[in-house]
Structures are given as structure tokens and as C-alpha cells.
Design a protein around this ligand. Structure first.
Ligand code: GLN
Ligand code: ZN
Length: 764
């Protein structure tokens, strides 16, 4: 409290968000952007949609009583690309003038054009959001670019809002950028980059903006020392330009940098207390009492309503120490959550009372602020407490049978009966496959007919029997084509699956599905992850009927096809009331049941896909081992209920394995199929050096493009693979599933793949 003329003025905490999803509650931005790309709307119409969305989202922030609206979180495709366009560091190969960049050119950077491939795209830290990677070379300049950011600031101000600007921090921006050029460090760009940031700050100050948030999530990584050392001089350079700088960290603890952050010449720092609540005491111990500490107490990565009573205990304590220097916020940008729970009309009220999407999170922040300021929010807090209590005890969430089963799980449940060599012999005797056996990764083209049938079935326009018949016809077609091609281990083609996680989630207990729970993945692409809210179990077999039907059509061994526990976990909104490792074990048991049922139905080869295995790696490398241990164990639990002569495959579609090869090997799949063609089999060298013990199918052709690879190209890759993998452990297959391809190129490519295999076999 400050005493002014004997009147006590309460020193209120401030509230803000780090960013808001831009796609719109109805995915308006996605649809408008795609229409613009197709030439169906004009640039002005698209610009208008963007402005409407920004204004709406600012209005929501203002209505929730936040002290600032956050401006700069909007992007037509990606916020990192927007930053590059603002700074003026666009790759020279496009020949664009950053200052006069048109929206059409901006999209060419994001999506490529006839002459130039797009900027590379990669995951933003450990999220499912993909950013465009800025390309730097020693020639790169930062001479400034488009003024879009400033126009958005102006617009927010004319709407009457108090503005907090947000940009990627300079060090995080550089870290996320890449340079193909050797012999210099990205940090060499820092002085020029900071000149441009300084200009941006000065311009904001001239517009009357008081606050800027600079996102430096790289502080949550285990950074090389020269990058840590760069923080103090960087923020020294950005000090004194008339703006209060808030350095935002998120996604992991930055406790080891507490002193560094306390000493930075900035107005304050944001901490993610959802991911890393344990870091707070270290900050409290040394935090200057006149420096802002923004506490991220509402989960920006997940859809659960916060336990407001619990949060209040923490922030009330901090408020007594910091007073007005305490700010309250979500843990990170709300970009990673869906927009508005109010649209969900098919979720029951109880489940909804446990959830909060971005708009509801604004309301949570508002309640916290009013509670801290002594306003009357008893009703809101009571309703929240009731919902939280129900969630803690609800029989919909807690299934004692699942807990009992896990408790009784024998300690060797994650081990096959015998070691690989014995299994391999049993499987060879059973399947008698040729050398270099051929297979595919699972899906075949998802034609518009298939999608139309599924849509009609979901809308009740196609009966279950007719849908079933349509899918069976598709399976029969896929099996016949594979027999004609001469594929040794055919698949059923996955026609009946909308999505490899949703398909299983819909059949497992413990999952719910939203109608509008979309989250931006990249550009105009959004995903709608299932909500994993309760103990997971499998009421009945999920895939056995389809696989058995497919097997009945061929003499070849039909490969059963499942999604693995780690991937189901990774691609869902996961409950936050128990460790992820435990939830993953529950999924593993459900998949294990399916594996055993497939085996009992005579399916002797079963693939358990784990394309998201690597994605789960923690940001700090020192935490990798713990994750890899439980994730690997969950996979093995799912795979180990079968006899020696049942062959378990797994599939992963990325090409960075080198650093986790021992753990991949420890998953002990009999066969692993991986993406390799795009890296020209380079990745296999690591497998060779490490002496990967089991069988491997390195993809011999890239399925991401319609281009049909020639026999010779594939022969060359097979020869390269044979250099490192003995012939009796090598499989031949494409890089990934074929669902995004059309039939003509699929058949042509597989004909060539089989031809290449024949030639390679005869040369052995
Ligand atoms: N079995 C899946 C498919 O073929 C695997 C997809 C994936 O790896 N992402 O489509
Ligand atoms: Zn794949």
C-alpha cells in the first residue's frame, strides 16, 4: 500500500496474456487465407478478416479487465516469419524487398513458389506449432521491413486499448534461425540485429507504447555458455529507449538463470509456473522488490480449467512481497489452446466445467485479479472449487480397475518372452519371407470417395452397414493391388481411419472429442487433439475385425496396424492430474490388449506406430533419460504380450535418431521402419555404427511428393542401405504412409520399388 495524503491506494497487480490464438473461434483466418490462395477473395478482404479477428480478441482481453491488450501475436502465417519481415532479414534467394513485401510474397516465403522452395518449417520448442525458420548468412542485413506490426499497434490504440507489444526476443530469434554457412556464429549478427530492435523500440515509444514483451523461451533450454553470456549485453543495448521491457520465459524452468534475470536491466521477467512451479522460491529469494515478476499460473498449453483456489494461495503470498510488481498471466501464449469453449454444444456440462479454452482463460485471469484486489468473486471461486472437487473424485475419471491392473502388472510385462535372436528365428520359420521383404507403412490413398463415405456416415446419411461395406470394398481393392504388385507383407490400408490418434481415441474409454477445439499447427493448418480426461481402457477390440477381413483376402501375412501409446499421448490434450508417464502406461495396456487380440485372431505381424516418440523429448537434455525410460517402457508394455513368432514392427517418420539410438534399440521392436530417403540414407550410418541389433526398413522413397522415384534411384538407396545393414535384416518400404498420395503415383512408385527390390535381391 502506498499512502498518499492519508488515503491508502491499493497497489493493484497487473494482468496480461502472452499472446492469443489468431485463427478465430470458427477458424475464420484459415478459411479466408485459403480462399485468398485460391484467388476467391481479394487481399483487401483477407486483410479485413485479420483486422476483425485482432479487434475481437483485443476486445475480449479488455472486457476481461486485463491491463493491456497484447499486440504483435497476430501473423498471417507465422509470427517468426512476421518478425523476419519486420526486421528485414528475408532470404536473398527470393529477391524480395522486405520494406515493400506484399502479402502474396509473404505467402511465397511461407509456401514456396515456382522458383524457390519455402522457408524450412520446424516445431516451436516442444509444441505442435511449427514456425518458419529464418535463413541467415554472413551477408544478412536487418535494415527493416514491413510496417504491419506498427499498423496493428496504431489500430489497437485507436480502439482505445492500452497496448503491450510483443516480439520474439533477439536471442531467441537468432537461435531459431539457421545458417547453412560455416565459419561464423549466428551471434555475430547480434550488433546489427540489436540496432534494428532498437529502432523498433524507439518507434513504439514514439507511438506512446509503454510495455514490450520480448519472448526468450530459449532460456528454458540448456544453452551454450556464449548464448547465456549474450543476454546481459543484449538487454543492456535494449534498455533506455523509453519502454518497459518484459522478458518472457516459458515451457521450462529458468531457475538456473534467476540471478542473471534479476540483474538484467529490464522492467521484469515472466515465468512459467505451470510447467515449472518449483522455480518460484529461487526467484522470490533474490528478486528485487521493484522489478516486475509476471507469474504464468494459467496453463497456456492445455485445456483444463485452473484450480483457482490453489493458484490464489501462491499469488497472494507473492503479492505481499511484490505488491504492484506482481503480474498475473497464463504460462505461455494461448496460441496452443483452442479459442472458445462456449461453442462446444456436444460436451456435457460436467466435462465442460473442467475445461477452459483461451477465452475462458481470460476470465480465469480476471477472477484471480479481482480476488487479489479484494473484490467480490466468492461465487466464481466457489463454482470453480466445486468443479475441481468433482474432477478429483469423478467416477468418469477414476476407474479403479485400471489402477488395479497397473498395480498388478508383473515387472517383466515390458519384456518379450525371449531375446530378439530367438524371436527372429521363430518368425523366419513362421513367415518364410524372402530376403529384403517388402511392405508399406500402413495407409493407402484416402480418396475423396472414402472421405465422402465417412462424412455421410457421421451425418447419418449412410447406414452403418453401407459404410462398413464401402470400407470393406476399399480394403479388398488395396489388398488385391498389393497382391498384384507382389508385396510380401501387405496392409489393409487404413481407409476406415480419419486420423491415427482420433480413430483410437474414439474407441477407448477416457477420451472426449470437441467440435471446435482447433489449434494452429502451421499456417492455415489446424489440428483438433482429443481430450484425454480419464483413466484409459479398451472396452472392446478396435481393429481386429478389419484386419481379419483383410487377412481373409490374401495368403500373405497381413500386417495389423496400431498407433502406439506415446503417440496417442503426445497428440492429445492430456490430463494434468497425474504424471504423463502414468497416463501413457494406461494407454499402453489398452494397446497391449489390442495386440494380443490381433494375435489371437491370427494376425502374426503387428505394427505399432510411434511417429511422435521423439517429440516428447524434454527441452532440457539432462531430462531426456527419464522420458526415454518411461516412453520406451510404455511402448514395450504395448508390444510384449505376444509369442515369439509374432512379429512387432514400429514406425517413426523423422530422421533425427543419432542422439537417441540406444533408447530406440531398447524399444526392441522386431522391425523398425523409418524415414530416410530425404536424407539420402545418411541416418542409416548411425544405425550401422551403433550396430542396431534388430531388423530395419529405411524408407526408399519420399512419400511427401507426388513425384515417382525411378527404379535406379531406389536401387541406389538400397545399395547404400546394404552397406550398413546386413541383407538378412533389411526391409524395403516407402518413408511413411501413402494416405496423402493419389493412386496413379502410388502404384507407379510401388511398381518401381518392387522392381528395385527384385534387382537388388538377384545381386545378393
Ligand atoms: N500407419 C500410419 C500411416 O501409414 C503411419 C502414419 C505416420 O507415421 N504418421 O498413415
Ligand atoms: Zn510416418
Amino acid at each position: 500500500m502506498t499512502v498518499i495524503h492519508n488515503v491508502t491506494v491499493p497497489q493493484n497487480v497487473k494482468t496480461h496474456i502472452l499472446g492469443f490464438p489468431r485463427i478465430g473461434a470458427q477458424r475464420e483466418l484459415k478459411f479466408a487465407t485459403e480462399k485468398f490462395w485460391r484467388g476467391e477473395i481479394t487481399e483487401a478482404e483477407l486483410v479485413n478478416v485479420g483486422q476483425t479477428l485482432r479487434r475481437r480478441h483485443w476486445a475480449w482481453q479488455a472486457e476481461a479487465g486485463l491491463d493491456f491488450v497484447t499486440v504483435g501475436d497476430f501473423a498471417w502465417y507465422d509470427q517468426i516469419l512476421n518478425a523476419a519481415a519486420l526486421l528485414g532479414c528475408l532470404p536473398a534467394r527470393f529477391g524480395f524487398d522486405a520494406k515493400r513485401l506484399t502479402l502474396a510474397q509473404y505467402f511465397e516465403l511461407a509456401r514456396g513458389n515456382a522458383a524457390q522452395p519455402a522457408l524450412e518449417m520446424t516445431k516451436y520448442f516442444d509444441t505442435n506449432y511449427h514456425y518458419l525458420v529464418p535463413e541467415l548468412s554472413s551477408e544478412t542485413t536487418f535494415d527493416g521491413g514491413v510496417e504491419w506490426f506498427f499498423h496493428e499497434i496504431d489500430d489497437a490504440q485507436t480502439q482505445g486499448h492500452a497496448v503491450k507489444a510483443v516480439l520474439p526476443g533477439p536471442l531467441t530469434f537468432l537461435w531459431l534461425a539457421k545458417s547453412k554457412q560455416l565459419g561464423y556464429s549466428k551471434l555475430d549478427h547480434l550488433p546489427k540485429l540489436l540496432d534494428r530492435y532498437t529502432q523498433v523500440l524507439q518507434k513504439l515509444a514514439a507511438k506512446g507504447v509503454k510495455q514490450i514483451q520480448l519472448d526468450e523461451p530459449i532460456l528454458g533450454l540448456e544453452l551454450p555458455t556464449e548464448w547465456i553470456a549474450a543476454f546481459a549485453p543484449t538487454y543492456q543495448a535494449l534498455a533506455g529507449h523509453g519502454l518497459n521491457v518484459l522478458v518472457a520465459t516459458y515451457f521450462d524452468s529458468v531457475e538456473s538463470h534467476a540471478q542473471l534475470l534479476a540483474d538484467l536491466p529490464v522492467a521484469g521477467v515472466h515465468l512459467d509456473l505451470v510447467r515449472a512451479p518449483e522455480q518460484l522460491p529461487a526467484f522470490i529469494a533474490l528478486w528485487p522488490r521493484n522489478k516486475i515478476l509476471s507469474l504464468g499460473v494459467i496453463d497456456g498449453r492445455n485445456i483444463w480449467a485452473a484450480d483457482l483456489g490453489k493458484v490464489l494461495v501462491t499469488i497472494q503470498e507473492v503479492k505481499t512481497l511484490l505488491g504492484q510488481y506482481l503480474w498475473i498471466a497464463p504460462s505461455c501464449s494461448l496460441l496452443h489452446t483452442p479459442v472458445d469453449l462456449a461453442q462446444e454444444t456436444q460436451l456435457d456440462t460436467e466435462l465442460k466445467s473442467w475445461l477452459a479454452f483461451a477465452k475462458q482463460k481470460l476470465a480465469e485471469i480476471s477472477v484471480l485479479k479481482r480476488a487479489l484486489n479484494g473484490e467480490a468473486v466468492a461465487a466464481e471461486l466457489a463454482a470453480n472449487a466445486v468443479a475441481q472437487a468433482h474432477r478429483r473424485s469423478s467416477p468418469r475419471i477414476h476407474n479403479p480397475a485400471v489402477a488395479a491392473r497397473l498395480a498388478a502388472l508383473p515387472s517383466d510385462a515390458d519384456q518379450r518372452i525371449s531375446p530378439f535372436a530367438i524371436r527372429q528365428a521363430a518368425q523366419r520359420a513362421r513367415f518364410n519371407l524372402p530376403l529384403l521383404p517388402t511392405t508399406t507403412i500402413g495407409s493407402f490413398p484416402q480418396t475423396s470417395e472414402i472421405r465422402a463415405a465417412r462424412a455421410a456416415f457421421k451425418q447419418g446419411k449412410l447406414s452403418a452397414a453401407d459404410y462398413d461395406a464401402a470400407m470393406k470394398a476399399e480394403i479388398a481393392l488395396v489388398v488385391r493391388k498389393q497382391d498384384e504388385l507382389g508385396i510380401d507383407v501387405p496392409v489393409h490400408g487404413e481407409a476406415e481411419r480419419n486420423d491415427m490418434v482420433e480413430y483410437f481415441g474414439e474407441q477407448l474409454a477416457g477420451f472426449a472429442f470437441t467440435q471446435f477445439g482447433w489449434v494452429q499447427s502451421y499456417g492455415s493448418r489446424c489440428v483438433k487433439p482429443p481430450v484425454l480426461f480419464g483413466d484409459v481402457s479398451r472396452p472392446q477390440p478396435m481393429t481386429v475385425a478389419w484386419s481379419s477381413y483383410a487377412q481373409s483376402l490374401t495368403a500373405k501375412p497381413m500386417k495389423g496396424m496400431l498407433t502406439g501409446p506415446v503417440t496417442i499421448l503426445q497428440w492429445s490434450f492430456v490430463r494434468d492430474d497425474q504424471p504423463r508417464s502414468l497416463t501413457c502406461q494406461q494407454i499402453a495396456l489398452a494397446i497391449r490388449d489390442e495386440v494380443v487380440d490381433l494375435e489371437n485372431a491370427g494376425i502374426g505381424i503387428i505394427q505399432i506406430d510411434e511417429p511422435a516418440f521423439r517429440e516428447g523429448l524434454p527441452l532440457k537434455q539432462s531430462h531426456w533419460a527419464a522420458y526415454l525410460a518411461w516412453a520406451g517402457e510404455a511402448f514395450r508394455i504395448s508390444a510384449s504380450g505376444v509369442a515369439n513368432d509374432t512379429q512387432i514392427h514400429t514406425h517413426m517418420c523423422y530422421s533425427e535418431f543419432n542422439d537417441i539410438l540406444p533408447e530406440i534399440a531398447a524399444m526392441d521392436a522386431d522391425v523398425i521402419t523409418i524415414e530416410t530417403s530425404r536424407s539420402d540414407m545418411e541416418l542409416l550410418e548411425a544405425f550401422g555404427e551403433f550396430k542396431y541389433p534388430n531388423e530395419i526398413g529405411p524408407g526408399v522413397y519420399d512419400i511427401h511428393s507426388p513425384r515417382v522415384p525411378t527404379v535406379n534411384e531406389m536401387l541406389r538407396l538400397i545399395a547404400k542401405a546394404l552397406d550398413v545393414v546386413p541383407a538378412d535384416r533389411l526391409w524395403i518400404n516407402p518413408d511413411c504412409g501413402l494416405k496423402t498420395r493419389a493412386w496413379p503415383e502410388t502404384e507407379a512408385a510401388l511398381v518401381n520399388m518392387l522392381q528395385a527390390t527384385q534387382t537388388a535381391r538377384s545381386a545378393l
